[in-house]
Design a protein around this ligand. Structure first.
Ligand SMILES: [Ca+2]
Ligand SMILES: [Ca+2]
Length: 378
Protein backbone atom coordinates (compact mmCIF):
# COMPACT_ATOMS: atom_id res chain seq x y z
CA UNK A 1 0.00 0.00 0.00
CA UNK A 2 2.81 2.36 0.94
CA UNK A 3 4.56 1.66 -2.38
CA UNK A 4 1.34 2.22 -4.31
CA UNK A 5 0.86 5.51 -2.51
CA UNK A 6 4.40 6.61 -3.37
CA UNK A 7 3.85 5.78 -7.02
CA UNK A 8 0.60 7.75 -7.02
CA UNK A 9 2.33 10.74 -5.47
CA UNK A 10 5.09 10.57 -8.09
CA UNK A 11 2.53 10.51 -10.90
CA UNK A 12 0.69 13.47 -9.37
CA UNK A 13 3.95 15.35 -8.95
CA UNK A 14 4.86 14.68 -12.58
CA UNK A 15 1.43 15.82 -13.69
CA UNK A 16 1.68 18.99 -11.62
CA UNK A 17 5.09 19.77 -13.10
CA UNK A 18 3.58 19.79 -16.54
CA UNK A 19 0.35 21.59 -15.73
CA UNK A 20 0.16 25.34 -15.15
CA UNK A 21 -0.82 25.02 -11.52
CA UNK A 22 -1.34 28.04 -9.29
CA UNK A 23 1.80 28.64 -7.29
CA UNK A 24 1.30 28.53 -3.49
CA UNK A 25 3.40 31.68 -3.08
CA UNK A 26 3.58 35.29 -4.20
CA UNK A 27 6.64 36.24 -6.23
CA UNK A 28 8.17 39.68 -5.71
CA UNK A 29 11.13 40.73 -7.89
CA UNK A 30 13.72 42.59 -5.77
CA UNK A 31 16.71 43.27 -8.02
CA UNK A 32 18.56 41.80 -10.98
CA UNK A 33 22.15 40.70 -11.51
CA UNK A 34 24.74 39.83 -14.12
CA UNK A 35 25.06 36.02 -14.11
CA UNK A 36 24.26 35.51 -10.41
CA UNK A 37 25.33 32.13 -9.01
CA UNK A 38 24.86 32.10 -5.23
CA UNK A 39 23.75 34.24 -2.30
CA UNK A 40 23.99 34.44 1.47
CA UNK A 41 22.16 36.39 4.15
CA UNK A 42 24.19 38.44 6.65
CA UNK A 43 23.21 38.77 10.32
CA UNK A 44 22.36 42.45 9.70
CA UNK A 45 19.71 41.32 7.20
CA UNK A 46 21.59 42.36 4.08
CA UNK A 47 22.36 39.94 1.25
CA UNK A 48 25.55 38.96 -0.58
CA UNK A 49 25.08 37.89 -4.21
CA UNK A 50 27.97 36.29 -6.09
CA UNK A 51 28.10 37.00 -9.81
CA UNK A 52 30.09 34.63 -12.04
CA UNK A 53 32.28 37.35 -13.51
CA UNK A 54 33.80 37.97 -10.08
CA UNK A 55 31.61 40.55 -8.38
CA UNK A 56 30.15 40.14 -4.89
CA UNK A 57 27.16 42.46 -4.56
CA UNK A 58 25.89 43.75 -1.21
CA UNK A 59 22.25 44.77 -1.03
CA UNK A 60 19.32 45.25 1.30
CA UNK A 61 16.18 43.11 1.27
CA UNK A 62 14.38 46.02 -0.37
CA UNK A 63 16.87 45.88 -3.25
CA UNK A 64 18.92 48.91 -2.16
CA UNK A 65 22.48 48.46 -3.44
CA UNK A 66 25.51 48.88 -1.19
CA UNK A 67 27.85 48.36 -4.12
CA UNK A 68 30.44 45.62 -4.59
CA UNK A 69 32.48 44.04 -1.81
CA UNK A 70 36.14 44.98 -2.29
CA UNK A 71 39.23 42.85 -1.70
CA UNK A 72 38.12 39.70 -3.52
CA UNK A 73 40.46 37.17 -5.16
CA UNK A 74 40.89 37.25 -8.94
CA UNK A 75 38.42 35.02 -10.74
CA UNK A 76 39.08 33.08 -13.95
CA UNK A 77 35.76 33.62 -15.72
CA UNK A 78 34.60 31.55 -18.70
CA UNK A 79 32.31 28.69 -19.70
CA UNK A 80 30.64 27.31 -16.59
CA UNK A 81 33.25 28.88 -14.33
CA UNK A 82 33.98 32.06 -12.46
CA UNK A 83 32.79 33.13 -9.07
CA UNK A 84 30.82 30.33 -7.42
CA UNK A 85 29.50 29.92 -3.92
CA UNK A 86 29.44 32.35 -0.99
CA UNK A 87 28.91 30.96 2.53
CA UNK A 88 29.32 32.47 6.01
CA UNK A 89 31.31 30.63 8.68
CA UNK A 90 28.94 29.31 11.39
CA UNK A 91 30.67 31.72 13.84
CA UNK A 92 30.64 34.64 11.40
CA UNK A 93 29.40 37.06 14.06
CA UNK A 94 32.60 36.56 16.07
CA UNK A 95 35.22 35.78 13.38
CA UNK A 96 33.83 37.55 10.29
CA UNK A 97 34.86 34.70 7.95
CA UNK A 98 33.21 34.42 4.56
CA UNK A 99 34.06 31.48 2.27
CA UNK A 100 34.11 31.92 -1.49
CA UNK A 101 34.55 29.37 -4.26
CA UNK A 102 35.82 30.42 -7.66
CA UNK A 103 37.94 29.30 -10.58
CA UNK A 104 41.64 30.08 -10.57
CA UNK A 105 44.00 29.74 -13.51
CA UNK A 106 47.07 27.50 -13.48
CA UNK A 107 50.04 26.79 -15.75
CA UNK A 108 49.47 26.27 -19.50
CA UNK A 109 45.81 27.37 -19.60
CA UNK A 110 44.80 24.84 -16.96
CA UNK A 111 42.34 25.87 -14.29
CA UNK A 112 40.48 24.56 -11.30
CA UNK A 113 38.15 25.49 -8.49
CA UNK A 114 39.46 26.99 -5.27
CA UNK A 115 37.92 27.90 -1.94
CA UNK A 116 39.21 30.96 -0.10
CA UNK A 117 38.16 32.52 3.14
CA UNK A 118 38.51 36.12 4.19
CA UNK A 119 37.31 38.46 6.91
CA UNK A 120 34.36 40.57 5.81
CA UNK A 121 34.17 43.99 7.44
CA UNK A 122 30.81 45.66 7.00
CA UNK A 123 29.86 49.28 7.41
CA UNK A 124 26.49 50.90 6.84
CA UNK A 125 27.55 51.70 3.27
CA UNK A 126 29.89 48.96 2.06
CA UNK A 127 31.75 45.70 2.65
CA UNK A 128 35.48 44.94 2.43
CA UNK A 129 37.24 41.56 2.51
CA UNK A 130 40.71 41.24 4.03
CA UNK A 131 43.14 38.46 4.99
CA UNK A 132 41.95 36.36 2.05
CA UNK A 133 43.63 32.93 1.99
CA UNK A 134 43.02 29.86 -0.16
CA UNK A 135 42.01 26.88 2.01
CA UNK A 136 41.31 24.29 -0.72
CA UNK A 137 42.06 23.67 -4.39
CA UNK A 138 40.97 21.18 -7.02
CA UNK A 139 43.87 18.90 -7.87
CA UNK A 140 45.10 18.56 -10.51
CA UNK A 141 44.25 21.67 -12.52
CA UNK A 142 43.12 20.64 -16.01
CA UNK A 143 42.10 22.17 -19.33
CA UNK A 144 38.46 23.08 -19.94
CA UNK A 145 35.70 25.25 -18.53
CA UNK A 146 33.12 22.86 -17.12
CA UNK A 147 31.95 20.90 -14.08
CA UNK A 148 33.62 22.71 -11.23
CA UNK A 149 30.93 21.80 -8.70
CA UNK A 150 32.46 23.99 -5.95
CA UNK A 151 29.51 24.12 -3.58
CA UNK A 152 30.44 24.89 0.05
CA UNK A 153 28.65 23.75 3.23
CA UNK A 154 29.30 23.64 6.96
CA UNK A 155 27.94 20.94 9.25
CA UNK A 156 26.81 21.38 12.84
CA UNK A 157 30.27 20.50 14.17
CA UNK A 158 31.84 23.24 12.05
CA UNK A 159 33.54 21.03 9.43
CA UNK A 160 33.92 22.57 5.98
CA UNK A 161 32.56 20.51 3.08
CA UNK A 162 33.27 21.15 -0.60
CA UNK A 163 31.76 19.41 -3.62
CA UNK A 164 34.21 18.99 -6.49
CA UNK A 165 32.98 18.36 -10.05
CA UNK A 166 34.63 15.97 -12.50
CA UNK A 167 35.80 18.82 -14.82
CA UNK A 168 34.29 16.82 -17.73
CA UNK A 169 37.25 14.42 -17.43
CA UNK A 170 35.22 11.34 -16.36
CA UNK A 171 37.82 8.93 -14.88
CA UNK A 172 39.30 11.22 -12.20
CA UNK A 173 36.03 10.72 -10.27
CA UNK A 174 37.31 7.19 -9.44
CA UNK A 175 40.96 8.23 -9.03
CA UNK A 176 42.15 8.57 -5.43
CA UNK A 177 45.16 10.61 -6.60
CA UNK A 178 42.82 13.46 -7.56
CA UNK A 179 40.16 15.36 -5.64
CA UNK A 180 38.15 15.88 -8.84
CA UNK A 181 34.68 14.27 -8.78
CA UNK A 182 34.69 14.03 -4.99
CA UNK A 183 33.11 15.43 -1.85
CA UNK A 184 35.77 16.56 0.62
CA UNK A 185 35.63 17.22 4.36
CA UNK A 186 38.02 19.70 5.97
CA UNK A 187 38.57 21.73 9.10
CA UNK A 188 37.52 25.35 8.63
CA UNK A 189 41.15 26.36 7.90
CA UNK A 190 41.47 23.70 5.17
CA UNK A 191 43.46 21.24 7.24
CA UNK A 192 42.46 17.59 7.11
CA UNK A 193 40.51 15.94 9.93
CA UNK A 194 42.37 12.92 11.32
CA UNK A 195 39.20 10.79 11.25
CA UNK A 196 38.45 11.18 7.52
CA UNK A 197 37.76 7.83 5.79
CA UNK A 198 40.85 7.70 3.54
CA UNK A 199 43.60 9.14 5.77
CA UNK A 200 45.47 5.83 5.68
CA UNK A 201 45.16 5.41 1.91
CA UNK A 202 48.51 5.58 0.08
CA UNK A 203 49.32 6.13 -3.57
CA UNK A 204 50.12 2.86 -5.34
CA UNK A 205 52.64 4.62 -7.56
CA UNK A 206 55.32 6.36 -5.46
CA UNK A 207 56.26 8.58 -8.42
CA UNK A 208 52.84 10.25 -8.30
CA UNK A 209 52.98 13.73 -6.85
CA UNK A 210 49.54 13.68 -5.28
CA UNK A 211 49.93 16.55 -2.81
CA UNK A 212 48.21 14.34 -0.28
CA UNK A 213 44.69 14.90 -1.59
CA UNK A 214 43.20 11.54 -0.69
CA UNK A 215 42.96 12.20 3.05
CA UNK A 216 40.51 15.03 2.15
CA UNK A 217 38.09 12.70 0.38
CA UNK A 218 34.81 11.77 2.03
CA UNK A 219 33.03 10.28 -1.01
CA UNK A 220 33.85 9.68 -4.65
CA UNK A 221 32.31 8.85 -8.04
CA UNK A 222 30.55 12.21 -8.44
CA UNK A 223 29.95 14.01 -11.74
CA UNK A 224 28.92 17.65 -11.28
CA UNK A 225 27.63 18.06 -7.72
CA UNK A 226 26.02 21.51 -7.76
CA UNK A 227 23.83 21.26 -4.68
CA UNK A 228 24.95 20.12 -1.23
CA UNK A 229 23.18 20.50 2.09
CA UNK A 230 22.66 18.89 5.47
CA UNK A 231 19.06 18.02 6.30
CA UNK A 232 17.51 18.85 9.68
CA UNK A 233 18.70 15.47 11.05
CA UNK A 234 22.29 16.33 10.07
CA UNK A 235 22.46 13.96 7.09
CA UNK A 236 24.38 15.08 4.01
CA UNK A 237 22.64 15.22 0.61
CA UNK A 238 24.23 16.05 -2.73
CA UNK A 239 22.38 16.68 -6.00
CA UNK A 240 24.38 16.35 -9.20
CA UNK A 241 23.91 16.85 -12.92
CA UNK A 242 23.93 13.55 -14.78
CA UNK A 243 25.17 13.16 -18.36
CA UNK A 244 22.36 12.63 -20.95
CA UNK A 245 19.72 11.72 -18.36
CA UNK A 246 20.30 10.48 -14.85
CA UNK A 247 20.49 13.56 -12.62
CA UNK A 248 20.95 12.22 -9.09
CA UNK A 249 20.10 13.03 -5.51
CA UNK A 250 22.54 11.13 -3.32
CA UNK A 251 22.46 10.46 0.40
CA UNK A 252 26.14 10.76 1.24
CA UNK A 253 27.76 8.16 3.47
CA UNK A 254 31.30 8.02 4.78
CA UNK A 255 33.61 6.62 2.09
CA UNK A 256 30.72 6.14 -0.35
CA UNK A 257 31.34 5.65 -4.07
CA UNK A 258 28.51 7.03 -6.22
CA UNK A 259 29.68 5.29 -9.37
CA UNK A 260 30.50 7.92 -12.00
CA UNK A 261 31.68 7.33 -14.71
CA UNK A 262 31.42 3.53 -14.35
CA UNK A 263 27.66 3.55 -13.80
CA UNK A 264 24.96 6.16 -14.34
CA UNK A 265 21.24 6.04 -15.03
CA UNK A 266 22.02 8.46 -17.84
CA UNK A 267 24.27 7.78 -20.85
CA UNK A 268 27.00 9.65 -22.71
CA UNK A 269 25.91 12.61 -24.86
CA UNK A 270 27.29 10.87 -27.97
CA UNK A 271 24.86 8.00 -27.37
CA UNK A 272 27.31 5.52 -25.89
CA UNK A 273 25.81 3.51 -23.06
CA UNK A 274 26.85 3.92 -19.45
CA UNK A 275 25.59 0.87 -17.51
CA UNK A 276 22.81 1.77 -15.08
CA UNK A 277 23.30 1.73 -11.32
CA UNK A 278 21.31 -1.50 -10.86
CA UNK A 279 23.88 -3.44 -12.92
CA UNK A 280 26.61 -2.94 -10.33
CA UNK A 281 25.98 -3.28 -6.60
CA UNK A 282 29.53 -2.10 -5.78
CA UNK A 283 28.38 1.50 -6.03
CA UNK A 284 25.98 3.54 -3.93
CA UNK A 285 22.70 4.06 -5.77
CA UNK A 286 21.03 7.46 -5.92
CA UNK A 287 18.15 8.03 -3.50
CA UNK A 288 16.32 9.67 -6.39
CA UNK A 289 17.15 10.21 -10.05
CA UNK A 290 15.62 12.03 -12.98
CA UNK A 291 15.26 11.35 -16.71
CA UNK A 292 14.29 13.78 -18.16
CA UNK A 293 16.73 15.75 -16.08
CA UNK A 294 15.97 18.62 -13.73
CA UNK A 295 19.46 20.23 -14.03
CA UNK A 296 20.03 21.24 -10.41
CA UNK A 297 21.35 24.66 -9.46
CA UNK A 298 21.65 24.37 -5.69
CA UNK A 299 19.76 22.75 -2.81
CA UNK A 300 18.73 23.71 0.73
CA UNK A 301 16.97 22.02 3.63
CA UNK A 302 14.03 24.20 4.63
CA UNK A 303 14.02 24.86 8.40
CA UNK A 304 11.51 27.73 8.49
CA UNK A 305 7.88 27.90 9.55
CA UNK A 306 6.50 30.35 7.00
CA UNK A 307 5.95 27.51 4.54
CA UNK A 308 4.73 25.31 7.37
CA UNK A 309 4.16 22.13 5.34
CA UNK A 310 7.68 22.27 3.94
CA UNK A 311 9.60 22.13 7.24
CA UNK A 312 12.41 19.58 6.88
CA UNK A 313 12.02 19.26 3.09
CA UNK A 314 14.82 19.66 0.57
CA UNK A 315 14.30 22.34 -2.07
CA UNK A 316 16.24 22.14 -5.33
CA UNK A 317 16.69 25.01 -7.79
CA UNK A 318 16.01 23.67 -11.29
CA UNK A 319 17.67 25.08 -14.41
CA UNK A 320 16.34 23.17 -17.46
CA UNK A 321 13.28 22.16 -15.40
CA UNK A 322 12.63 25.89 -14.78
CA UNK A 323 11.25 24.99 -11.37
CA UNK A 324 11.74 24.63 -7.66
CA UNK A 325 11.56 20.97 -6.73
CA UNK A 326 10.38 19.95 -3.28
CA UNK A 327 11.67 16.67 -1.82
CA UNK A 328 10.55 14.86 1.29
CA UNK A 329 13.27 12.90 3.08
CA UNK A 330 12.83 10.01 5.47
CA UNK A 331 16.14 8.58 6.69
CA UNK A 332 18.09 7.81 3.53
CA UNK A 333 15.00 7.79 1.30
CA UNK A 334 13.75 10.72 -0.73
CA UNK A 335 10.56 11.43 -2.67
CA UNK A 336 9.73 14.28 -5.00
CA UNK A 337 6.44 15.67 -3.67
CA UNK A 338 5.90 18.78 -5.74
CA UNK A 339 7.42 20.88 -8.48
CA UNK A 340 6.74 24.59 -8.84
CA UNK A 341 7.11 25.95 -12.36
CA UNK A 342 8.84 29.33 -12.23
CA UNK A 343 8.92 30.14 -15.94
CA UNK A 344 12.67 30.75 -15.76
CA UNK A 345 15.84 28.77 -15.20
CA UNK A 346 16.40 28.81 -11.42
CA UNK A 347 20.03 29.01 -10.32
CA UNK A 348 19.68 29.26 -6.56
CA UNK A 349 17.13 29.04 -3.74
CA UNK A 350 17.99 30.25 -0.24
CA UNK A 351 15.99 30.60 2.97
CA UNK A 352 15.80 34.17 4.31
CA UNK A 353 15.84 35.27 7.95
CA UNK A 354 12.05 35.01 8.46
CA UNK A 355 11.68 31.77 6.53
CA UNK A 356 10.72 33.38 3.23
CA UNK A 357 12.45 31.93 0.16
CA UNK A 358 14.80 33.99 -1.96
CA UNK A 359 15.47 32.80 -5.46
CA UNK A 360 18.03 33.73 -8.11
CA UNK A 361 17.12 33.22 -11.72
CA UNK A 362 19.83 32.18 -14.09
CA UNK A 363 20.99 34.95 -16.42
CA UNK A 364 20.81 33.59 -19.95
CA UNK A 365 18.83 34.05 -23.15
CA UNK A 366 15.67 32.78 -21.44
CA UNK A 367 16.12 34.06 -17.90
CA UNK A 368 16.86 37.51 -16.56
CA UNK A 369 19.03 36.99 -13.47
CA UNK A 370 16.43 38.43 -11.13
CA UNK A 371 16.37 38.05 -7.35
CA UNK A 372 12.85 37.04 -6.28
CA UNK A 373 11.29 36.88 -2.83
CA UNK A 374 8.68 34.14 -2.34
CA UNK A 375 6.11 34.35 0.45
CA UNK A 376 3.09 32.09 0.98
CA UNK A 377 -0.19 33.21 -0.54
CA UNK A 378 -2.66 34.19 2.19
CA1 LIG B 1 25.78 7.82 -9.36
CA1 LIG C 1 22.87 4.33 -18.25
Amino acid sequence: MKKLLTVTICVLAMASSQAQTTLPFDVDPVASFDEPWAMAFLPDGRILVAEKKGRLALLGQDGQSFGSVRGLPNVDYGGQGGFGDVVLHPDFETNGYVYLSYVEGGPGATRGAAVARGVLTLSARRGVMSDVEVVWRQYPKVLGYGHYGHRIAFDEEGYLWVSSGDRQKFTPSQDMQSNIGKVVRLHDDGSIPADNPFVDYRATDPRVDDEGVYPEIWSLGHRNPLGMTFDLDGQLWVVEMGPAGGDELNHIVRGGNYGYPVVSNGDHYDGRDIPDHDTNPDFDEPALWWTPVISPGNMIAYSGDVFSDWHGNLLIAGLSSRAIIRIEVDGNRATEVERYGMGARIRSVVQGPEGALWVLEDDSRESQGRLLKLTPKN
